[in-house]
Design a protein around this ligand. Structure first.
Ligand SMILES: [Zn+2]
Length: 221
């Protein structure tokens, strides 16, 4: 009788251990998967142009429960997004190369936008980092700086189904002219990479990256 009881007990113990390790493995795999998905956004953000980045931020902040609006291209008074809600927040978006830090002027502009839009908060959001001067001024003017690490935290908070890749591939970047011949540039797809090519191809063979940094993309009034 004791032996029967013992073997039943051991069998039971083994079943529990197997179930537990299966459960632990599932939790581990799910966490890893979520983390990977969340982090998968940044490489696509790095490839976007300024306009695609604004659309991405609009989608991101919507997921986070804000009500963002992309402002008109001309006369945006220093705000790329205006978020309405309990607090009104104006945002200036800077999609830069990681080595290119966001300077003081972004802080000045969004500070002006805060007054113009009668907002309670002003943010500068970038996939890059800020210069020391920008940080100093932001601290003095109560402007919130969201750098690459902070942006990653926001991305980690949202539903992992949400992907930067879809925006990069489906949203048309802001129109540009060819610097060589003055014709329109058009988005082309070659070997899985998207880039701008001249519309007068093949007579003009100019191409450039979508995330090419233009010194001043919009007129500052
Ligand atoms: Zn051209």
């Amino acid at each position: 009788m004791d032996k029967v009881f013992q073997s039943v007990f051991y069998l039971f113990l083994i079943i529990i251990l197997v179930k537990l390790s299966q459960f632990a493995y599932r939790v581990f795999r799910e966490r890893k998967y979520m983390k990977e998905l969340a982090q998968s956004g940044m490489p696509y953000i790095d490839k976007m142009d300024g306009y695609q980045f604004e659309i991405y931020l609009k989608a991101l902040f919507q997921q986070l429960g804000y009500k963002p609006q992309v402002t008109q291209k001309s006369g945006d008074f220093g705000a790329d997004l205006v978020m309405k809600g309990k607090d009104k927040i104006v945002i200036q978006a800077k999609r830069y190369g990681v080595k290119n830090r966001v300077s003081l002027s972004a802080v000045q502009e969004v500070y002006g936008a805060k007054a113009y839009y009668k907002a309670n908060q002003a943010w500068v959001v970038t996939n890059s980092y800020f210069t020391k001067q920008a940080k100093e001024l932001a601290a003095a003017c109560d402007v919130t700086l969201v750098d690459r690490a902070d942006l990653q935290k926001f991305i980690n908070e949202v539903n992992p189904v949400f992907k930067a890749r879809e925006i990069f591939e489906n949203i048309t970047p802001e129109p540009r002219k060819c610097p060589k011949c003055g014709q329109d540039l058009v988005v082309r797809d070659g070997n899985g990479t998207r880039f701008f090519g001249c519309s007068s191809f093949p007579s003009c063979r100019h191409t450039e990256k979508i995330n090419k940094e233009v010194s001043k993309s919009r007129p500052s009034v």
